[in-house]
Structure formats: structure tokens, C-alpha cells
Design a protein around this ligand. Structure first.
Ligand code: ZN
Length: 57
């Protein structure tokens, strides 16, 4: 699947950088992207996947 932060292709493997959020598991290329995602969903209330038109205000 895709890293939702930087768009990199990531493998869904056990030791990948992953995060479970609201019943779904998300995968990232790095710890940095995982932390960014976590910050966005918890602090900025961003909903993933993004629609491509920016976050609704
Ligand atoms: Zn990334």
C-alpha cells in the first residue's frame, strides 16, 4: 500500500512502520512519516485518505 504521508510504496510486512488507527492498519516508510500521520489524525483531525482537494475547513 501507499505511505499516506509521502506517497512512497510500502510493504505490508510485520516489521514495517505501521500504526493502527480506528480499526485500520496504516503503513509508512519511516518512523517520521508514522509520527506525522499520528499527529495529523489526532491533533489536526485530518481524515485519510485525502481527497486531493485539501482538508475541509
Ligand atoms: Zn513516508
Amino acid at each position: 500500500m501507499r505511505d499516506l504521508i509521502c506517497g512512497a510504496q510500502v510493504e505490508e510486512i510485520e516489521d514495517a512502520f505501521s500504526l493502527e488507527y480506528e480499526g485500520k492498519t496504516y503503513y509508512f516508510c519511516s518512523e517520521r512519516c508514522r509520527e506525522t500521520f499520528h499527529m495529523k489524525v489526532t491533533q489536526e483531525r485530518v481524515t485519510f485518505p485525502l481527497t486531493g482537494r485539501g482538508a475541509p475547513s
